[in-house]
Design a protein around this ligand. Structure first.
Ligand SMILES: Nc1ncnc2c1ncn2[C@@H]1O[C@H](COP(=O)(O)OP(=O)(O)OP(=O)(O)O)[C@@H](O)[C@H]1O
Length: 609
């Protein structure tokens, strides 16, 4: 167990002693107790009234208080704040004052006086509900507020309607604190005296009976009366403790190995047409994005906080509908809630409800295809983890569960992946990328992939969208965006490290200084697509694409050679006026003059700022 600071332990013990002291004092007076002078039949009747009234009050409090706690946790605006404050007021009132207020409402002449609740068992229940409800409502509100809204969002994208999400995600996750709140509410109702005595003095509840017995026989009669009270309270507390204990975890179950998910040569599905017009203004951030794409797979890259996840959430319908136009193949998805958009969504935080095992997470979509789910479980190496809960998984395993869940749906139009491979090791990431790509190729879906990895974007996407500050800074076919990123930021987002300056020459080459002119091509084999001659530009090439070789086209000078790592030697060389870090063959020549070759199709060119 973790060591606790001494001061904390001391303060805790002091309060504990103070709370136990009255019980100890009562025990010391056991010898004075008058066990024969108590009307046991009346005591039993009063105990029965209290147990029953507290039970009924707690049931009603749960029935209405759990929804109220949810509304208070998820609601926004002044009325939620007002309601949240109002439901706590019964705690602040002296119990007798609570009883007075209830008399205004339920007593003779009150608006609900005709119900005849005063001096009635139902009146006791009403009084107990009034004073005990805040305990459950506060517990439920805190429990619901602690649930990550992303879990409910993901359930919506898996086809679940709001009612089902409440029952299958929110309520199970909040259940233990709510149960503790119900126990507290029962105990408070069971011990309620002040409001009851004002509203319904008869029939006697246990607290009222205790008060009457004290008036008639004084302290000696109290221990026999308190004994059943304490006994019943301890019993209910023990039951509550047992019900809220951590549940035993299921043993892992194995599923059979299923056939592969996609043939590697599966025919490419036809292109889709996506049109986005997204606008969202938040304090300190505005998303303003217009995009048209006919690609099957789009990768979105951008610095942290540039609006990538928000874009994905907007497409899924999770960012509200106002200002968010999403059209797929001409169909306007904007009026559709998330559960009707047919999306397979893998959110950044994975969105795995803590109360579901891996197997149940993967099968959680309303239209989950069991065979597909099992096949993905196998492909993603999740079979042995089927019985585990999210808190028993590594981040990479959680990520795989989220991926399997999203891709096991029967009907999907949009696959939205928010950094789906980021938590995986390099070999697994490469394998999964290939497998997911093979499946996506064969599916008639449009995929939007958020990633920080340019290589992943290039490997998986046809179109690339670069975001900065909520706006698109460059978008288009992947090869074109890589070749002509348009700005330093865009080039860096695409992984450019070695960056030099140059000027476009009339013959289409780039003068990079020291008499060196680089030939420029285009990755598609098309025209080089350069700015007019005389334009100052920036240029870059991948470290491994600048290759020192004896018959290289350009003169250069090796400035520094590092130790060989992973079969490659890092080097710094001077090419024109640019000092570049490159990765070269280990056997590469010594420091000093050399020649290098660069494939013209690999050069990235963009106008200098
Ligand atoms: N409720 C909010 N109020 C104000 N700003 C918000 C709110 N939610 C998100 N933002 C801001 O919106 C911007 C975009 O967030 P988003 O999650 O889309 O970024 P991102 O590009 O996905 O970043 P990362 O790569 O770090 O995941 C961020 O700057 C964030 O601070």
């Amino acid at each position: 167990m973790r060591r606790m600071p001494g001061a904390v332990r001391f303060l805790a013990c002091l309060l504990g002693l103070w709370l136990l002291a009255p019980f100890a004092a009562g025990l010391l007076r056991l010898g004075d107790a008058d066990w024969s002078g108590v009307d046991r039949a009346a005591l039993s009747r009063a105990a029965g009234v209290s147990v029953a009234s507290a039970g009924i009050a707690t049931l009603l409090i749960g029935l209405f208080g759990i929804p109220l706690g949810y509304v208070l946790a998820r609601g926004r605006g002044w009325w939620t704040a007002l309601l949240g404050g109002a439901v706590q007021l019964p705690l602040a009132l002296p119990p007798l004052a609570g009883g007075v207020l209830l008399l205004f409402l339920l007593g003779y002449g009150g608006p609900l006086g005709a119900l005849g609740l005063s001096e009635h068992f139902a009146g006791i229940v009403a009084a107990e509900m009034f004073v005990a409800a805040p305990f459950l409502i506060i517990a439920a509100r805190s429990a619901f507020a602690a649930i990550d809204p992303a879990l409910e969002d993901v359930a919506a994208t898996l086809g679940h309607r709001p009612g089902a999400i409440f029952l299958r995600v929110s309520l199970p996750l909040a259940w233990r604190p709510i149960l503790a709140g119900l126990v507290l509410a029962w105990l408070r109702a069971f011990g309620e005296f002040g409001a009851t005595v004002m509203l319904a003095y008869h029939p006697y509840s246990l607290p009222v009976f205790t008060y009457v017995a004290f008036g008639e026989a004084g302290l000696p009669s109290m221990l026999p009366v308190l004994a059943p009270t304490l006994g019943l309270a301890v019993l209910v507390m023990a039951a509550g403790h047992w019900l809220t204990r951590p549940l035993a975890r299921q043993a892992p179950t194995r599923t059979g190995l299923l056939p592969p998910l996609a043939e590697s040569g599966a025919a490419e599905a036809p292109p889709r047409h996506l049109a986005l017009a997204l606008h969202r203004a938040l304090p300190g951030f505005t998303l303003e994005l217009r995009l048209e794409s006919r690609a099957r797979r789009i990768a979105v890259l951008g610095p942290s906080g540039s609006g990538k996840s928000m874009t994905l959430r907007a497409i899924a319908g999770l960012e509200g509908m106002a200002g968010m136009q999403v059209r797929l193949d001409g169909q306007d998805l904007s009026p559709l809630p998330p559960e009707r958009r047919a999306v397979a969504y893998v959110p950044q935080g994975y969105g795995l409800p803590a109360h579901l095992t891996v197997a149940r997470q993967v099968g959680f979509a309303v239209d989950c295809v069991p065979d597909r789910a099992a096949a993905w479980m196998a492909a993603l190496g999740l079979e042995d983890l089927a019985g585990r809960y999210p808190d028993e998984l590594s981040p990479g395993q959680r990520q795989r569960v989220a991926l399997a869940r999203a891709l096991s749906r029967r009907r999907v139009d949009l696959v939205l992946l928010d950094e789906p491979f980021s938590a995986l090791d390099a070999p697994l990431r490469a394998r999964l990328r290939r497998e997911v790509l093979a499946v996506l190729r064969g599916m008639n879906v449009l995929t939007v992939l958020v990633t920080h990895d340019p290589a992943e974007a290039l490997a998986m996407a046809e179109d690339i969208v670069l975001l900065d500050g909520g706006r698109i800074i460059r978008a288009g076919p992947a090869a074109a965006v890589f070749a002509r990123p348009g700005s330093d930021l865009a080039a860096r987002l695409l992984g450019a490290e070695a960056i030099g300056d140059g000027v476009v020459l009339p013959d289409g080459r780039i003068d990079v200084g020291q008499g060196v002119a680089l030939l420029v091509g285009h990755p598609d084999g098309e025209a080089a697509d350069l700015p007019p001659p005389g334009t100052r530009v920036r240029w870059s090439a991948r470290p491994h694409q600048i290759r020192p070789m004896d018959d290289g086209a350009y003169p250069a000078r090796i400035l520094w050679r590092g130790a060989v790592r992973d079969g490659q030697r890092p080097m710094r060389l001077l090419l024109g006026d640019a000092e570049l870090e490159i990765l070269a063959d280990p056997s590469c020549m010594a420091d000093g003059p050399c020649r290098v070759s660069i494939d013209p199709r690999c050069l990235q060119i963009w106008p200098a700022a």
